[in-house]
Design a protein around this ligand. Structure first.
Ligand code: PLP
Length: 450
């Protein structure tokens, strides 16, 4: 075997990995990771506030999760779901049933990625209702495969040049002040009212509600800027769906499994979806996603409509079972609440400083899904009322880059200047404090540089 020096591997990467991928660490090679830390081949140990984009919620290589997967590898790796039931698949359902946000969510199909789960949810909604229309949200992100891409509206890059896209998709504004040309201090009721007004217009000018199969929404907008949907908005969506026989699909791919401080973000509103998509934290890094709905819906599906070679892989299911145990045994939700308070308090303190405050537009989010939006001197639109002349340019990406130089992985999100915090849900108080310290220093330096 060839020597695995950094340069040798980096050459392979430079020559043979698709240019269609972007990477925040450039050509760095990650070799191992444990808990909240990732180690690179050049010897760097980085504090990981990305969790592989909200996936390794229990930290990298959680011993119990990795052990469960290793054990499963020695008994059954691939018990294909159209060939037979397999035990981890069924045991996982047994574990998930009691934590579902509503007892009506009792019918499962496991797949590999979030995009696939979204595709399946759309397909089910169209089949069940016999309607074609799908309403998605401006700023929503649901994946990069064809159906998922068609309902993704966070950035044009995800569909650029690859259309025509799946038809019968309509877009309503997410209840986010930016999208409604409001200011960050706009009262929540105003934001909700304006978003619902636009949805009503859509339903009377673009598509008759009787032709709408589903409304699809992330309870916390992820790629669109880390914006929680106000509970009253979600409750209104539920009412509209009930009134017209539309299915409500909540995409909890990023928000699920404790990310927001509750098992599922929908618990904050009490709104029960007809279909819920899950992935990411479900198996802490093993590729596993799911579509959860009620038997009343899935009974309408003819056998063969759902399936997939690797769907519900036994090793991934075994890992997911261990995740549900760890969540309880280690009181992870309590840790999220505690660390979240520390993070939000520190970010608000930073925002209240005379030298930094004018450059922070918003601190928002819930649990450990927190976004900081910086000011910007320009915007995608000259009509954006929230641009701030004199603010330094590209604050979010510059701050994220400076954090990396200081030893922390952190991501930006959305078309706005937003840095997002998605640390492990079981992160220690010390690592959280260190992450806050690095971020604070990075902001101070970049603001000073102007
Ligand atoms: C809310 C949401 N839905 C769907 C997806 C797509 O998941 P995947 O990348 O596993 O296909 C993502 C990924 O970030 C997501 O955040």
């Amino acid at each position: 075997m060839a020597t695995t020096t950094s340069t040798y591997l980096q050459d392979i990467g430079a020559k043979h990995v698709t240019k269609g991928l972007g990477r925040i660490t450039g050509d760095a090679v990650m070799v191992r990771a444990q808990g909240s830390w990732a180690e690179f081949e050049d010897g760097r140990q980085l504090l990981d506030f990305t969790t592989g984009i909200g996936v390794t919620n229990l930290g990298h290589c959680h011993p119990k999760v990795s052990q469960a997967a290793a054990n499963q590898c020695l008994s059954l790796v691939h018990g294909q779901c159209s060939i037979a039931f397999h035990e981890p698949y069924l045991r996982l359902i047994e574990k998930l049933l009691p934590i579902m946000p509503d007892p009506s969510l009792d019918s499962f199909f496991f797949w590999n990625s979030g995009s696939e789960a979204v595709e399946g949810a759309l397909k089910m909604a169209r089949i069940y209702t016999g309607r074609k229309g799908i309403i998605t949200m401006q700023g929503g992100y649901h994946g990069r495969t064809f159906g998922a891409m068609a309902v993704t509206r966070s950035k044009t890059i995800y569909s650029e040049g690859s259309g025509p896209s799946m038809p019968s998709v309509f877009v309503a504004p997410f209840p986010f002040w930016h999208q409604l040309s409001l200011s960050p201090s706009a009262p929540e009721e105003e934001v909700v009212k304006k978003a619902l007004y636009q949805l009503d217009l859509l339903l009377s000018q673009q598509i008759n509600p009787k032709e709408v199969a589903a409304i699809l929404i992330e309870p916390v907008l992820g790629e669109g800027g880390y914006v929680p949907a106000p509970p009253s908005y979600l409750r209104s969506l539920r009412e509209i769906c009930d009134k017209y026989g539309i299915l409500l699909i909540l995409d909890e791919v990023q928000t699920g499994f404790g990310r927001t401080g509750k098992y599922f973000a929908s618990e904050y509103s009490g709104v029960s979806p007809d279909i819920m998509t899950i992935a990411k934290g479900l198996a802490n890094g093993f590729p596993l996603s799911g579509i959860v709905s009620r038997t009343g819906i899935t009974e309408k599906l003819k056998p063969g409509i759902m399936g997939g070679t690797y769907a519900g892989n036994a090793v991934a299911c075994a890992a997911a079972i261990a995740c549900t145990d760890v969540m309880k045994e280690e009181k992870v939700l309590e840790n999220v609440q505690q660390r979240s308070k520390e993070l939000i308090t520190s970010l608000n303190k930073l925002r209240s400083r005379a030298d930094i405050g004018p450059y922070i537009l918003d601190v928002r989010g819930v649990g450990l899904m927190i976004g900081v939006e910086f000011a910007s001197p320009s915007s995608v639109s000259t009509y954006d009322p929230n641009t701030i002349a004199g603010a330094p340019r590209n604050l979010a990406s510059r701050v994220a880059k400076r954090c990396l130089e200081k030893g922390m992985l952190i991501l930006t999100t959305s078309i706005y200047e937003v840095v997002r915090f998605i640390p492990p849900l079981n992160i220690s108080a010390e690592d959280m404090a260190l992450g806050i310290e690095i971020f604070t220093q990075a902001v101070e330096e970049i603001v000073k540089e102007g």
